[in-house]
Design a protein around this ligand. Structure first.
Ligand code: UDP
Ligand code: MG
Length: 337
């Protein structure tokens, strides 16, 4: 029996180990988790006979993160340490990490071990079945505040409705991608990046792997409510102009209400009924002022983004790079196979 892949099948199983694996990990003030992260990564890397690189991105930390990861890059041949020139934010740190990778498959993990590295073999199995993107989907989320869980719950559902793009619910950036998916993702150089949305946008063959998300191993979250809210706004504004449409509906509804109100007041006046003006005038001014300012605010969000995109600044700047686990000779893009 021939086992040659059928070129017309929608998804072709690969049925082989990847030629190389890169693991991208953004780190921001993560000194407390790094020793345990290193230990668990060492166990993972020891399982594989193909080359593995771990790209640790220091996103402008102010603690001992850089000295530690720089030391790891000198002691462990599989570690590449990259320091950004300042704190550019989680999504940009991931982008920088992906730019640095050379592996045929690339995994993205959080440094705090909430995305267990031990799930990578299962993800590689799915890659073997022909999937290009295998993402971790949270069955349970330990150690997160009720407000954060509620925010995440509401966000994914609202995003899906307004953006018309299905970003799998309850996922983070924990995923494994084939090189062609990484290259496609990296060709999108927009400034305000919502990586998990962009990965959904590129398509190809995607699959979820369910897991129970453990608590952060140590330290505190680097995503306070303010940052989560900004990420949500970035996500919505970079995938849809629905808020602008809602703004125009709001303006239209307010105008309709004003016409009705004027009609009623005129009729009442004809019938000899009139109200002293102060309260109603104040109410109208406040209502209209509020609506106008919110509409301007929504417009401003989009104009600000057009302005930043128009500046064409680089997405990030790198300060230092240490270690080169996968040199060009083991570069393993599929095209070179
Ligand atoms: N992170 C980063 N830059 C930032 C904020 C966070 O690189 O400005 C990293 C952080 O070190 C971690 C990952 O992004 O590896 C996710 O952050 P965190 O675990 O604090 O978020 P949470 O799991 O609480 O949402
Ligand atoms: Mg975390």
């Amino acid at each position: 029996m021939s086992t040659a892949p059928n070129p017309c099948s929608i998804r072709t199983p690969r049925n082989r180990a990847p030629r190389s694996l890169s693991i991208v990990i953004p780190c921001y003030n993560e000194e407390e988790v790094l020793p345990e992260l290193r230990r668990r990564l060492k166990d993972l890397v020891a399982q594989y006979s193909f080359p593995v690189e771990v790209v640790l991105i220091d996103d402008g930390s102010r603690d001992n993160t850089w000295p530690l990861i720089c030391q790891y890059s000198q002691e462990d041949t599989f570690v590449k340490a990259v320091r950004l020139a300042r704190n550019f934010g989680h999504q940009t740190a991931i982008t920088c990490g992906l730019d640095q990778t050379r592996g045929e498959v690339v995994a993205i993990l959080d440094a705090d071990l909430q995305d267990p590295p031990e799930l990578i073999p299962e993800m590689i199995e799915a890659w073997n079945d022909g999937y290009d993107v295998v993402y971790g989907q949270r069955r349970k989320r330990a150690g997160e505040s009720v407000s954060k869980k509620f925010f995440a719950f509401a966000f994914y559902r609202i995003f899906e409705k307004v953006a018309g793009l299905r970003v799998p619910r309850d996922t983070g950036d924990f995923r494994l991608m084939d090189r062609r998916a990484v290259d496609a993702l990296q060709s999108l150089r927009e400034r305000h990046r919502f990586v998990r949305g962009m990965v959904s946008w590129i398509g190809y063959h995607q699959k979820a792997i369910q897991y129970d998300r453990p608590e952060r191993f140590a330290g505190v979250t680097k995503y306070p409510f303010r940052k989560s809210l900004f990420l949500a706004i970035d996500a919505i504004t970079s995938f849809t102009y629905a808020p602008l449409r809602i703004a125009s509906y709001l303006g239209f509804a307010t105008s309709m209400f004003a016409f009705l109100y004027i009609g009623v007041v005129v009729v009442l006046k004809i019938c000899g009924i009139s109200f002293p003006g102060y309260t109603s005038i104040m109410a109208a001014i406040l209502l209209l002022g509020g609506v106008q300012l919110s509409v301007l605010g929504i417009l401003g969000e989009y104009i600000g983004r057009i302005f930043e995109q128009g500046q064409q600044r680089p997405l990030y700047l790198v300060d230092q790079v240490q270690g080169e686990p996968l040199d060009a000779s083991v570069q393993t893009r599929q095209a070179k196979a």
